[in-house]
Write a protein that binds this ligand. Structure first.
Ligand code: NAP
Length: 242
């Protein structure tokens, strides 16, 4: 069977993506780090959507733990493979660079960028063997234009966009597409504490996005309708940056 893996699938955008992929018929592997209750809730939503799934709890920034979890899953599913990978897990630790502690720079880079390497690399060989794969990376507006207070986050997300373009050229001949989406502001726990009323004045559509509006584009990129799109980064930002 062909599975989909959504990193950071327990909450926010990842949860919405997991449910969309379930509706498309994929059994969905929900990766998360710590929030068991939220992950269980996502699994219930996947089942409500008519599919099934499994929880895979590991820290995407930890290479050994990530590789071990993916190898263990593959060993217990010898007939199956992960056909759709959504690299979504992410955090932010904002501060002006002059005040930013090294651990906040490193933590954001390891969770948002090194995770791309940790999770994607072990899954490439099976995709190549099956001559089909879809890799979708959740980048950000911050990685396109840079945002003050986010040197760490902008660097990680800009890196993801560049890696998307590079990997797309490496694996295109193997019928694997690699794309990114770059959301603006999305209503999830990640943006709690931001002044939505003030910020939305700068957004031509005058509101933050719902997580499902990001998930819809991810689902499209995972579908056969997007078979000829690769190496792209699609902005989903209400017109905030074009
Ligand atoms: P969120 O609501 O804070 O959810 C983050 C998810 O990532 C949770 O499932 C969390 O798991 C998981 N996670 C965090 N660190 C992890 C780690 N080290 N290993 C495994 N899982 C980890 O965030 P979101 O707003 O949905 O963001 C999802 C993605 O979209 C991120 O890459 C973010 O940078 C990007 N993005 C968000 C926005 C926005 O406005 N919200 C805009 C642009 C881009 P637990 O539940 O276990 O904590």
């Amino acid at each position: 069977m062909n599975y989909a893996l959504v990193t950071g699938g327990s909450r926010g955008i990842g949860r919405a993506v997991a449910v969309r992929l379930a509706r498309m018929g994929y059994p969905v592997l929900v990766n998360y780090q710590s929030n068991d209750a939220a992950a269980e809730e996502t699994l219930a939503l996947i089942r409500e959507a008519g599919s099934n799934g499994e929880l895979l709890k590991f820290d995407v920034s930890n290479r050994e733990a990530t590789v071990a979890a993916l190898e263990q899953w593959q060993a217990s599913h010898p007939e199956d493979y992960i056909d759709v990978l959504v690299n979504n897990a992410g955090i932010r630790r904002d501060n002006l660079l002059i005040w930013m502690e090294p651990e906040d720079f490193e933590r954001v880079l390891s969770t948002n960028l090194y995770s791309f390497y940790n999770v994607t690399r072990p899954l490439l060989q099976p995709m190549i063997r099956h001559k089909h794969g879809r890799i979708i990376n959740i980048a950000s507006l911050s990685g396109q234009k840079g945002l003050p207070g986010q040197c760490n986050y902008s660097a990680a997300k800009g890196g993801i966009i560049a890696a998307t373009k590079a990997l797309a050229q490496e694996v295109g001949k193997k019928n694997i597409t690699v794309n990114a989406v770059a959301p603006g502001f999305v209503k999830t726990e990640m943006v709690e504490g931001l002044d939505e009323a003030e910020l939305k004045k700068q957004i031509p559509l005058n509101r933050f996005a719902d997580a499902d509006e990001i998930a819809a584009v991810v689902a499209f990129l995972a579908s056969n309708d997007a078979a000829y799109i690769t190496g792209e980064c699609i902005s989903i930002n209400g017109g905030l940056y074009t």
